[in-house]
Ligand binder design. Structure first.
Ligand code: SAM
Length: 521
């Protein structure tokens, strides 16, 4: 039986509307009055607390709607941790017409799993939904109904949760948040899915026919855009492309970098993680890094990031800093610096001596860099410059022996962490990005002193953004040559041409690339 509690608070128009529109819903409720003070006394806000629907499903459905309709980033929302649960309840109430109880840690973990997984598996799930629905145009469905179906499909097919409990819970959500008819529809489709899943006869495409048909089938089976499958297959071959897509669909793992500038050591971090019962592994490659598979929410909740004691940073990004080899006393130009992951790590190597000029065209992201630098107590060696790099080329002040260009890129190396990125990227972006990368490389090269080094890096595994950009650059700038990176990073990451390349499947890290390009003296 549905249970709805009415709390009395100062009334908003929104709450009036919600209360009125929901009165027709077939739910029983009780009212609880809270005394009000002063002139607000007569104004009453009604908040409905629904204790029957599962909170993590209600929150997941609304989060998915916000991401899809609002274009917000899934990982950004996830990183807000428990606090976002409270803010989010406002969205839940406005979207569904009721609040649920506050989320506990287990609910939050489920929301993270369900939202990330449902986004990653969207193409696969949507294929199944449209195969089992009467109406094949599933994108014409009410957005909330589609999200509830996606959650149910993901839970049954990919999380293997108890099937009939999943059906019941999602039917309940559809009935309460939409109407009884929507619940009946969810019931019919999910029950069909359970039967097919239990008989191992899901209607999935076969990988056969010409390249195009095979790419389409793989795109559905491994839930990636067709253009991406074709590109991955072209560069890696089908077998490796499949392994990479499976990696992209897996739960991401994270690394934490300790911040020595705060007097916090890796030993201290390990102690804290042990006390928090977050299982962890020391990085094999970098002294300041610790890997965690799960428990990021616990780390966030414990305030380790907020206090500036550590940052979330992938080791693949840390290895780019190793390729830069920052030393005390260096002057470094970081050409595309924001939000500052590499700037801050480089700054921690300077030991208070030297300067990093952190350039970025995005003022909001640059503000985050400044604030984090202060929090990490490395702001003394960082100067921020808000500018388009392409306008800075005549600036003598910025001439330096070490220049980093961590270029805007497709992010094809970080798809496991950026669940929604694959759906936001378009093939046309690649052409634009490549053009921008060439322009930025040309601009960055003008800041390098004779004998100095330009490090070009990306978080992509796409050769057109990596090796090919370097080749094209060297053809335009014969005064530069490749300085092999083998003395800066482990041999396992060094390519035949002397570049740094991390491979998600091989190294269990994000994909990244870097080249050291030295200007002749
Ligand atoms: C890959 S991100 C940099 C990440 C950063 N290095 C870090 O480790 O946190 C690329 C950055 O390039 C910046 N950018 C893009 N075009 C630019 C331009 N023309 N001039 C300067 N910065 C630019 C973007 O604003 C974005 O912050």
């Amino acid at each position: 039986m549905a249970q709805v509690l009415y709390h009395q608070f100062p009334l908003s128009a929104e709450a009036h509307r919600t209360a009125a529109s929901s009165s027709s819903k077939p739910m029983k409720h009780i009212s609880v009055s809270t005394p009000q003070k002063g002139p607000l006394k007569r104004l009453q806000k009604t908040q409905k607390l629904n204790l029957e629907v599962s909170p993590h499903r209600a929150v997941s459905a609304v989060r998915l709607m916000r991401i899809e309709l609002g274009g917000a980033f899934a990982d950004l929302l996830n990183e807000k941790g428990k606090g976002s649960g409270e803010n989010e309840m406002g969205y839940v109430e406005r979207t569904l017409g009721f609040r649920t109880r506050e989320l506990n840690d287990q609910d939050l973990r489920l929301v993270t799993d369900i939202v990330g997984g449902t986004i990653r598996w969207r193409r696969y799930i949507d294929h199944l939904i449209s195969s089992l629905s009467h109406d094949k145009n599933i994108y014409g469905m009410e957005p909330l109904l589609l999200q509830i179906l996606r959650i149910g499909f993901y839970e049954i097919v990919k999380l293997d949760m108890p099937h009939y409990a999943v059906v019941d819970e999602n039917v309940k959500l559809a009935k309460v948040a939409l109407r009884p008819g929507a619940g009946n529809m969810v019931n019919g489709i999910l029950r069909k899915l359970v039967l097919l899943e239990e008989n191992q006869s899901l209607p999935l495409p076969k990988v056969e026919g010409d390249d195009r048909s095979q790419a389409r089938a793989l795109a559905t089976l491994y839930s990636h855009p067709v253009w991406m499958v074709r590109r991955l297959t072209k560069y890696l071959g089908q077998e490796e492309a499949i392994k990479l897509m499976m990696w992209n669909n897996s739960e991401p793992s994270y690394s934490l970098r300790v911040n020595h500038a705060k007097g916090f050591s890796r030993g201290d971090l390990v102690k804290q993680l042990t006390a928090l019962k977050v299982s962890h592994k020391i990085s094999l490659h970098l002294d300041e890094f610790v890997r965690i598979k799960t428990g990021l929410q616990i780390v966030i909740h414990a305030g380790l990031l907020r206090k500036g004691l550590c940052s979330v940073q992938d080791e693949s990004a840390g290895l780019i800093v190793s390729v830069m080899d920052p030393q005390p006393g260096d002057t470094i130009v970081d050409c595309c610096a924001a939000p500052g992951g590499k700037t801050l790590y480089m700054a921690s190597h300077l030991g208070g001596l030297g300067k990093i000029f952190a350039v970025d065209v995005n003022s909001g992201r640059l503000r985050i860099l400044k604030e984090t630098a202060k929090l990490h107590q490395v702001d003394g060696v960082i100067a921020t410059i808000h500018a388009d790099l392409r306008t800075l080329t005549d600036s003598e002040v910025l001439k330096s022996n070490k220049v980093l260009l961590d270029a805007p890129c497709s992010g094809l190396g970080v798809l496991s962490k950026r669940a929604d990125l694959r759906w936001n990227r378009k093939l046309e972006d690649m052409e634009q990005l490549i053009k921008l990368q060439d322009e930025l490389l040309d601009s960055a090269s003008k800041l390098v002193n004779p004998g100095g080094v330009l490090v070009y890096s990306t978080c992509s595994i796409d050769p057109e953004e990596n090796e090919e950009r370097v080749t094209a650059f060297l053809a335009r700038h014969p005064d530069f040559h490749i300085d092999p990176v083998d003395q800066y990073i482990p041999a396992d990451f060094v390519t035949d041409r002397g570049f740094y390349s991390s491979n998600p499947v091989k190294h269990s890290l994000d994909g990244a690339f870097a080249a050291r390009l030295v200007r002749g003296s």
